[in-house]
Write a protein that binds this ligand. Structure first.
Ligand code: PLP
Length: 424
């Protein structure tokens, strides 16, 4: 007897969300490597944050308090929060952003999501896809490469439209991507603009003037600008250059507690016009009833006091910056003699390497490295929405440097060996 589920026919939605998503292969790599002992695998693929001792001490103390205080404990485990998220946390976050940055916001401008990834799913599908007037809108990524996790979030095909960057060549084998405003022709097809800052996968930090220009374009076209600050300002602040935190009623700022060191708490925050917050809260109610309170309660005190900003500046950022400096220096030594280029590391926890005219694709390089127990991510995943194929897509890899220093060093040596083999 054959049951319906064995020859299940998937809906458009079912197909969309089960067909070879890049993010799935990345999370599978991460999960499988860890599940199968994982000890031999050098994890330079996923974006798992490092374990930052100074930060974990603070959280451990807070957790001990929450567990020992009866009222807090009951709130921590036994209450459904409103769909907008844990109210006290939303209040103190609004207070912090108003106080520190003069953002004209109140609690009605903030809602929580179960991870910022879930927030992007809701926002993207709110602003793109088929519309009631018969048109269809897309999410505009003005600078590809852009975050792999966006690529499969659309509930219909052809969901993104993206633009190649302008490439500035720098000294010491470095380069930097810029938004190519001369060729950024935003039309009626665009429902919202989105950029990650710092950018995953490149560690690029769009300049304040690029953000101001995008803000202007978004306003001119009557569409929102979504700023993904998962690694950025105001926290966790993993930015090695300058970047001003910005918000206005047309900007949707997305924040996360993950890269601060709480990826398991699954807490994302959206700061936006009240109308957007109402819509996202409604969707939260439909999809989740309410959001989890764990992250909000863990981070409450440090957000209320503003300590989250000093922790970001004095603990989180230096932790990643010194790892970045060591990893970058080691790459420069190991790759000498090859035509490699590295995106200037300006933030986040990745190095982005470009191997011009590499005789094999970056995917093949990824497979060769995986066979040698080094996990990286092939660059080709990071170009959703590009209209025409670009050789560059197959010439780059993303390397995470957040893990153990010795392992990262060993991983870099193996990457360099394989790159040299491929060029020869
Ligand atoms: N945005 C960027 C740029 C990311 O790199 C990530 C995770 O790696 C996310 C969003 C989603 O993070 P989370 O759902 O843990 O908040």
């Amino acid at each position: 007897m054959s049951y319906g589920v064995m020859n299940m026919k998937l809906s458009q939605f079912g197909k969309q969300f089960t067909s070879g998503a890049g993010i799935l292969s990345l999370m599978d790599d991460l999960g499988n490597a860890l599940a199968s002992g994982g000890d031999d695998m050098i994890m330079m693929g996923g974006g798992n944050p490092g374990h930052v001792p100074g930060f974990q001490d603070i959280i451990q103390k807070r957790l001990q308090f929450l567990a020992s205080d009866k009222d807090s404990f009951q709130k921590l485990i036994g209450v459904y929060d409103p769909p907008q998220g844990e109210k006290d946390f939303v209040d103190v976050l609004a207070g912090l952003l108003r106080r520190e940055y003069d953002w004209d916001i109140g609690p009605e401008n903030i809602c929580l999501t179960n991870g910022s990834q879930a927030g992007f799913f809701l926002l993207f599908n709110m602003f793109a896809g088929p519309c009631s007037d018969g048109t269809s809108k897309k999410i505009r990524l003005p600078l590809a490469p852009e975050y792999i996790g966006y690529a499969d979030l659309g509930t219909n095909d052809d969901f993104f439209i993206s633009n190649r960057p302008r490439i500035e060549m720098l000294e010491d084998n470095l380069f930097k991507y810029h938004v190519d405003f001369d060729n950024l022709n935003i039309g009626a097809e665009t429902g919202a603009i989105c950029v990650s800052r710092p950018t995953n996968p490149t560690g690029n930090v769009l300049t304040d003037s690029e953000i101001a220009h995008l803000d202007l374009l978004a306003k001119e076209h009557g569409i929102p600008l979504i700023l993904d600050n998962a690694y950025g300002v105001p926290f966790p602040g993993i930015i090695y250059t300058e970047a001003k935190p910005v918000w206005n009623e047309n900007i949707i700022v997305c924040l996360s507690l993950s890269k601060l060191g709480l990826p398991a708490a699954r807490t994302g925050m959206i700061v936006a016009h009240e109308k957007v917050i109402k819509a996202v809260s409604g969707m939260n109610a439909i999809m989740n009833l309410s959001t989890g309170s764990f992250g909000a309660m863990l981070a409450h005190e440090m957000v209320e006091s503003g300590e989250v900003l000093s922790v970001s500046q004095n603990i989180i950022k230096p932790f990643y910056q010194q790892k970045m400096e060591k990893a970058a220096a080691h790459f420069h030594t190991q790759l000498e003699g090859t035509p490699y280029k590295m995106h200037r590391p300006e933030g986040a926890m990745f190095l982005w390497l470009w191997f011009k005219d590499l005789p094999i694709t970056s995917h093949e390089l990824y497979l060769r490295l995986k066979a040698r127990n080094v996990l990286v991510v092939s660059g080709h995943f990071f170009f959703p929405g590009l209209e025409h194929f670009w050789q560059h897509q197959d010439e780059c890899i993303r390397v995470t440097y957040s893990q153990d220093e010795e392992l990262v060093k060993k991983g870099i040596e193996i990457i360099a060996e394989e790159v040299k083999r491929a060029y020869s």
